[in-house]
Each structure stands twice: as structure tokens, then as C-alpha cells.
Design a binder for this molecule. Sequence first.
Ligand SMILES: [Zn+2]
Ligand SMILES: [Zn+2]
Length: 243
Amino acid sequence: MEITLLGTGAGIPQADRAQSSLLISDEEVLLIDCGAGALLRLGEIGLSPLEVDAVVLTHLHLDHVADLLPLAKARYLLGEPWLRVWGPVGTERWLLSLQSLYPYLHSIKLEVSEIDAGCRFEVCGFDMLSASAAHSVPALCYRVEGSSTVTCSGDTEPTERLSELASGSDLLVHECSFPDGFDVTNHTTPTGLGNTIRGVKEILLTHFYPQCRGLEEDMARTVERLSGIRTRPGRDLMGISLS
Ligand SMILES: [Zn+2]
Ligand SMILES: [Zn+2]
């Protein structure tokens, strides 16, 4: 299983961090979230939009979905006018409403499946398990099992639920929006994550706000010291091979 961080940023623009998006490749290719800049990053790694077999959304905040309809349009322009999308309750109404504003995109078939917390489901040969995140809107964390296992937090406060969901994973890609010292709700800081997470082999931090700039390595060291789990800060286009 190959993991590529397409976007490790959040809602405030940064030159070297696109918004949230994570590529998981095994037999097929899955995108977890599709924030602004994800399409550009796909181009940078030489992957056609046609090679993305499905998109799974953690939640509908713009920094996780802004490039989704452009991805569907790119596929349409390349001759494949359809896209399969999974996401939390509300995804279908949101996406079809957005599509309805663009009459020239009406022929694109958007196949949307809505997921509750605690669901097991299959996407493109990956066995998926969802858990609810602790965020300001309905949001899900996902465990993705293929030839290896990776868990993705999406946006969340650190929770025991996520620690249980991730247990035994080869990799946890977890948001760490702010450094310690910020009064944070709905998101994660290093000490909160380090005190909560257990039982995974490695952690990659992502979803950095500009306040993290220059502190990412220190943030990872804090998580590693408290959790005892190898932790690194993510950067755009970073690739990890899991075997
Ligand atoms: Zn976000
Ligand atoms: Zn969010």
C-alpha cells in the first residue's frame, strides 16, 4: 500500500501546503478528502483524474471538499463523466445541490453513498470502518484496510474512539492543527494527541495551520515523547510505502 499526502494544509492558504487530501494506492486508488490544491498535486505526481477510483470525504468543510466538483469535471472532460463519492450524512444533498448550479455538468453521474459512524463498508477493494470525529460539524474518521492498514482522522479533537479505531494500524494520519499553547476546540494539539493515542506503528501529522510554521518537527517530537510512537510531520507530496 502506498500513501501520498497530497495536501497537508487547512483553511488558511500556505505556499507549500495544499488543503486536505490523502491518496491511498493499492490495487485501486482512493482519495480521502479533496481540498483546494488536490487536483494540482495529482498533476504533480503524474496521476490522471481518471486514475482516482473513488473519493471518501471525512466531512464537508471547504478545506476538505473544494476540489471535488472540479475533479468530477476533469474526469468528464477526459471522457469519464462519473465519480463515486462516500461521505457523512448530508453529502448527497450538498453535492447534488452544488452540481445543480452548473447546468453544463448535469450529465456527470455522481454516485454518492452516505456513511454513519460505526459502519463497515467496502470501497474499491478496501475494507473501511468509520467512527465519529469530535468536530464542529458531522465528521468521520476512517480505518482503511488493504494490503496494510491506515487510519485517517480528518478534523477532530483527539478521542479514545479514534484511538480504538486506529488500533493496530500500520499508519495513522492525524490532524494537528495548532501547536501547544493555543486554546483549541474541534481540532488537535500535540500534547492532546500524544496523551490519547496508543497502539499504532507510526503517526504522520497533517492539517497544519500557519501558526505551526517552523514548529512542525517539535510538534511531532512532543507526540512521540508522550505516546511512544514514531511520529513525523507530513508535507505535501510525501510518500510512504507500507508493506
Ligand atoms: Zn479542515
Ligand atoms: Zn473541518
